[in-house]
Write a protein that binds this ligand. Structure first.
Ligand code: C5P
Length: 224
């Protein structure tokens, strides 16, 4: 494809979402929050009373999933609509994240979401964030970034983010839940969270968002 892609992969709470929106804003490119697709599917499954183990039904649901994104760059957020209803806040909860990571194990579900994710690749370019953006979905990406940060730091960031959005959370349970979810994401058989061989790893533990964005933009400028 002629359309350039920057992939951002990494564990939860590492700052992929914020970094991705800022990069896209600076470059004037599109974004794909692939985690939101898995989260929206989990929410839709609950609504339609489909079990998180029912691979066939979930894969079918994934194909017809009525989900839309509306970017509001000025506010650094993307609103998510499921079956015409705004679900952005519901999607952010750790309960929803945990359900998403359960259905993300299922090969047929991942397959159903693959083509949909690739349709986001449109000119002038795409910043795609998730777990397997560089390893699977856009393995021919222009630039692949893998973000890391200590577990403690990531739980703190997620905690702060949830609080700012008015979502109830407890730090100690968040630490355990995030560790559990990361473990599930790293150990699954299909498309586990791992560093692509040609990815640049950035440890963001002691970096500000601005520093991470600047670092990535510098890498981009060497490529285009
Ligand atoms: O990024 P986010 O925390 O919103 O993702 C929620 C869950 O969706 C992840 O924990 C992971 O299990 C799954 N996911 C995935 N592949 C992606 C993005 C998310 O398996 N590309």
């Amino acid at each position: 494809s002629e359309v350039p892609v920057i992939t951002l992969d990494g564990p939860s709470g590492v700052g992929k979402g914020t970094v991705s929106l800022r990069l896209a804003q600076q470059l004037g490119w599109h974004t794909l929050d692939s985690g939101a697709l898995y989260r929206a599917l989990a929410l839709a499954a609950v609504r339609h009373s489909i079990s998180l183990q029912d691979e066939v039904a979930l894969a079918q649901l994934a194909i017809y999933l009525d989900v839309h994104f509306k970017a509001t760059p000025a506010l650094e957020t993307t609103q998510v609509f499921l079956e015409t209803q705004e679900v952005s806040a519901q999607l952010r909860t750790e309960t929803c994240g945990a359900m998403a990571s359960q259905l993300a194990i299922l090969p047929a579900v991942r397959q159903s979401l693959l083509e949909r994710q690739r349709t986001f690749r449109q000119l002038p370019g795409l910043v795609a964030e998730g777990r397997d953006m560089g390893t699977v979905v856009f393995n021919d990406a222009l630039l692949k970034i893998f973000l890391t940060a200590s577990g403690e730091e990531r739980a703190q960031r997620r905690y702060k983010q949830l609080k700012e959005k008015g979502i109830d959370a407890k730090l100690d349970s968040l630490i355990t839940e995030i560790a559990e979810r990361d473990n599930r994401d790293m150990t699954r058989t299909l498309a586990p969270l791992q560093v692509a061989t040609d990815a640049q790893v950035i440890d963001t533990t002691d970096l500000s968002i601005e520093q991470v964005v600047a670092c990535i933009l510098q890498q981009v400028s060497k490529k285009i």
